[in-house]
Write a protein that binds this ligand. Structure first.
Ligand SMILES: [Zn+2]
Length: 159
């Protein structure tokens, strides 16, 4: 499953990458976004009703999202396409959508000392070169993933 998000869904796109799904986002006018969706074969994710209508007209697969909260959007996307959160095994670079490669923490620069010394995991983005590591920020990531799961349970009860 590959996605193209409109510019209003930048944050959602980063979270899709984080849970392992190839997601690009595009800033620009609707015509450019539609052309890119058509060319790339990605599913268009949009918060723009006009854009959704245009996609529908030209037969581009799309999902129109009207939710306020990030975790609601993500729950709906995951539910619709049967996605599972692959964090951290399948995580892609939230910054550039590149693939992450597992690395020995000591071989990377800018990793906190306690991470290098411990038995934690590190990754390097094969595309932009950004380093990632298992750290305190994981608590927040897991919190958001928990909220998404909660939303999915609410969704499944509504069915
Ligand atoms: Zn990257």
């Amino acid at each position: 499953m590959r996605f193209l998000a409109d510019e209003m869904l930048k944050k959602t796109a980063k979270w899709l990458r984080l849970i392992g799904y190839d997601t690009e986002f595009l800033e620009g006018d609707d015509t450019a976004v539609l052309a890119e969706a058509g060319k790339s074969g990605r599913v268009l994710l949009t918060k723009d009703e006009e854009l959704a209508k245009r996609a529908d007209k030209v037969g581009i697969p799309f999902l129109f999202l009207r939710q306020e909260k990030l975790e609601e959007d993500l729950a709906i996307i995951m539910d619709r396409y049967g996605l599972e959160a692959g964090f951290p095994e399948k995580t892609r670079c939230p910054e550039c959508n590149g693939k992450l490669e597992g690395k020995d923490c000591a071989s990377l620069e800018g990793i906190p000392e306690d991470v290098v010394g411990g038995k934690r995991k590190c990754w390097k983005c094969s595309s932009c070169g950004k380093n990632y590591w298992e750290g305190g920020h994981w608590i927040n990531i897991k919190k958001v993933l928990g909220k998404i799961e909660e939303q999915r349970r609410i969704l499944s009860k509504k069915k």
